[in-house]
Write a protein that binds this ligand. Structure first.
Ligand code: M6R
Length: 614
């Protein structure tokens, strides 16, 4: 997730900004930069890699210690993580410098308009178009605040923008839509940042900027307006967190914070995927439509949680495209002499983009001339670089070792891929694809509601904290959810947990059921097929043998009332999309249970975030 800092006041802006960037490092980034407006000019330094690289550049070529400044740590979305794509970006005449967090959905169209005006881009970023638009507006006579308001009205997507102008040496202007920004209010100085951690050592008084608002800070004033220039209500507050809590936005663990970021992560992953006519556009897919029409087999390869996302993908892809789809653990793939050829599409799923097992599987698949498409969260990492195509999930950096928002956004990317293949191959009508996309676009709001009501799950974790064993059951796409629920509990709470396909119970696992054993069951939505009723029968079978049943079922499903010892209600969604909501209570349960046991939730024992050895 990008980090943003802005400062105006009597201190050396370059020091305040650099210090703020260091305090935002925990958010994850791949390049960093700073711009200072002093003596009527923008002085700029930006470098790929860690802030240490930027420090080195500044030591070799120091920036002025007067003036005001903005800075940025970048988590690449559009364009590789290199010096040129690093922020800040400048307007064509060098007058405006800009940093940006988020995604400008309509940047391709804006770029063409700028090209028609004779402006050429120097970077591959979506951000640069905004720097040029601001540059054009101030050159035409607007003040920077007015320019920002006018430009924001032309932008689609999610963004926090912070800009400075050489002609306004006492002013930093920022705007916010669907991306975070806070104002730090000091005495004779003011700050802007992605979160309060960046300025906490200077001030604890903050203002949270609302949606679609612009803020103009000077050393002695803070002015907030809406995009259309009306005065806006401000929400000042006092920050009483310590620095470590501030980094986690007040949560006790990064994992818990990341669970609560899922509505936004899903929203961001869906951003910009449809054109004005509603057709899916996956512009990162560099495999031609003709080649995609020839695909006769899909093999999804991944590890751990990403593998479970792959299991869900199989149901969706086969249902929507009728292309046979296998799912394979990356560590097994190349050792079984798999049948792979030029018409096989290998889909790899990896949050980190560095998992060695997955990488080796890709190399093997490409040796067999298969096309490889990576679903990945980390721009510029090895797996997308070694693949023919990529769909980036826009979850932002995941710090907790246990994957949460990584998983949900992988599911979204898998659904997008399935629908895109269906569109290209004509296996679904356009209106059917649109209906599913619209349902997906409602998921962030459904997740918000679900997350607002997690107290019963927290209570359950308290009740089950001493249990030695927990089982998870599901059918169809509920089966991978059960596997994921069990994995979360194993890796965080270090207790025995197993996920089973509910229909398999009678073939063996039912022997494990004894009095008081907690069993979570994911119940499919009530529908036309028998799936729902079969799972309800499964619950009856285990309850009759003494299991304590924790039933996850959609909100108006009353057939489960009689078989559930504990009921967790899920928002109503269609069967294939249910993993997006059903997984969340299981994440919260594992996080809370591990917390109750006194474990380090973010760094569980024996585990690494990215497994870079086979
Ligand atoms: O970075 P990747 O998605 O390739 O990682 C795959 C697994 O190592 C990862 O999902 C692991 O299982 C997590 N600890 C799950 O929470």
């Amino acid at each position: 997730m990008c980090g943003i800092v802005g400062y105006v006041g009597p201190r050396a802006a370059v020091d305040v900004v650099m210090d703020g960037l260091r305090r935002l490092e925990y958010r994850g980034y791949d390049s960093a930069g700073v711009a200072i407006v002093a003596q009527g000019q923008v002085a700029l330094a930006k470098k790929a890699g860690k802030i240490a690289n930027l420090d080195k550049a500044l030591a070799e070529q120091p920036l002025p210690t007067d003036g005001l400044g903005i800075g940025h740590t970048r988590w690449a979305t559009h364009g590789a993580p290199n010096d040129v794509n690093a922020h800040p970006h400048l307007s064509a005449d060098g007058r405006v410098a800009l940093v940006h967090n988020g995604i400008i959905e309509n940047f391709v169209q804006l770029r063409s308009e700028l090209a028609a005006d004779g402006i050429t881009m120097t970077s591959e970023t979506d951000t640069e178009v905004v720097a040029h638009l601001l540059g054009q507006a101030v050159a035409a006579g607007s003040g920077l605040g007015d320019a920002m308001r006018a430009v924001c009205l032309r932008l689609a997507g999610a963004f926090t923008l912070v800009a400075v102008d050489t002609d306004a040496p006492d002013l930093v202007v920022a705007a916010r839509r669907n991306s975070p920004l806070v104002v730090g209010v000091g005495e004779g100085e003011n700050f802007l940042a992605s979160d309060v951690a960046a300025f906490l050592q200077h001030t604890r008084e903050a203002i949270e900027l609302g949606q679609d608002q612009v803020v103009e800070i000077r050393s002695d004033s803070v002015l907030v307006t809406t995009f259309d220039g009306k005065p806006a209500q401000v929400r000042p507050y006092h920050v009483d967190w310590d620095l470590s809590a501030a980094e986690k936005d007040g949560y006790d663990w990064f994992m818990r914070k990341e669970i609560y970021e899922q509505p936004k992560a899903v929203f961001d992953t869906l951003l910009g995927r449809r054109d004005s006519r509603g057709a899916l556009i996956l512009d990162e897919i560099r495999i031609s439509e003709a080649e995609l029409r020839l695909v006769d087999k899909i093999i999804v390869i991944a590890c751990g949680t990403s593998f479970y996302a792959g299991l869900v993908a199989k149901y969706a892809i086969e249902h929507w495209t009728r292309i046979p789809c296998e799912v394979e653990l990356a560590s097994e793939f190349r050792y079984r002499d798999p049948i792979v050829g030029p018409t096989t599409l290998v889909v790899t799923i990896s949050q980190s983009g560095e998992t060695a097992d997955t990488l080796m599987a890709i190399r093997h698949a490409r040796e067999q001339r298969a096309k490889v498409l990576a679903i990945c969260n980390t721009n510029g990492s090895t797996i997308p670089r070694e693949s023919d195509a990529v769909i980036y999930t826009h979850a932002g950096p995941e710090v907790g070792v246990a994957s949460t928002k990584g998983f949900l956004t992988q599911l979204v990317a898998c659904y997008l891929l399935g629908l895109y293949l269906a569109q290209v191959r004509g296996s679904k009508f356009g209106d059917e694809i649109t209906a599913i996309m619209e349902e997906l676009e409602h998921i962030p709001a459904a997740l918000e509601l679900l997350l607002d009501d997690m107290q019963p799950v927290l209570d359950l974790a308290a009740e089950f904290a001493a249990e030695p064993s927990v089982l998870f059951l599901g059918r169809h796409v509920g089966y991978p959810v059960a596997l994921e629920g069990a994995l979360k509990l194993k890796e965080l709470a270090y207790i025995h947990a197993e996920g089973f396909a509910a229909g398999e119970l009678k073939h063996g696992p039912i022997a494990l059921i004894e009095n008081g054993l907690p069993v979570f069951v994911v119940v499919p939505p009530q529908g036309r097929d028998m799936l729902h009723d079969k799972v309800v029968s499964n619950i009856q079978e285990i309850r009759a043998r003494g299991a304590r049943t924790v039933v996850l079922a959609e909100e108006d499903d009353h057939e489960v009332d009689a078989v559930a010892d504990v009921l967790i209600r899920l928002p109503k969604v269609s069967t294939l999309l249910q993993p997006l909501v059903a997984t969340v209570p299981l994440q919260i349960f594992a996080c809370e249970l591990a917390t109750r046991k006194g474990h380090d939730v973010d760094q569980p024992r024996n585990l690494a975030k990215s497994v870079t050895v086979e």
